[in-house]
Ligand binder design. Structure first.
Ligand SMILES: N=c1c2ncn([C@@H]3O[C@H](COP(=O)(O)OP(=O)(O)OP(=O)(O)O)[C@@H](O)[C@H]3O)c2ncn1[C@@H]1O[C@H](COP(=O)(O)O)[C@@H](O)[C@H]1O
Length: 95
């Protein structure tokens, strides 16, 4: 179950994009075209900085990393990337 969670979250995010409801991810994605992207990119930047601080302080690293991964997934969904393209790219790099 746990190893399918990324696919499940991705599927929910695609649904939030395609069938908007009043929720955090729908609202950020349905925002006026450029502003929606900018807001997500801003979050990715913030979360990346929080990962750096968490690592340096040895505090909340998993929590902050999941925030960064989540907002990166949100960006990829917003940009219309198929989840299999992500897994294929990992597979392509495998030695
Ligand atoms: N995994 C997440 C997830 N992680 C973080 N967030 C939200 O992202 C927002 C911003 O995150 P922040 O870390 O900046 O939160 P913050 O409280 O502002 O700041 P800090 O505590 O980090 O300082 C918060 O509202 C979080 O709740 C998430 N919101 C949704 N999901 C998943 O996305 C799905 C769709 O979400 P909804 O659109 O809310 O239905 C859900 O079913 C979940 O699976």
């Amino acid at each position: 179950m746990k190893d399918t969670i990324i696919r499940e979250v991705y599927r929910v995010l695609e649904d939030r994009r395609d069938n908007p409801i009043d929720s955090y991810t729908s609202n950020i994605m349905k925002d006026d075209k450029k502003r929606g992207e900018d807001k997500i990119l801003e979050k990715v930047g913030e979360e990346a900085a929080e990962v750096i601080i968490a690592s340096k302080n040895d505090e909340n690293l998993v929590y902050e990393s999941v925030d960064l991964i989540f907002h990166t997934l949100l960006l990829l969904v917003y940009k219309g990337i198929d989840i299999d393209d992500i897994f294929d790219e990992f597979a392509r790099r495998q030695k």
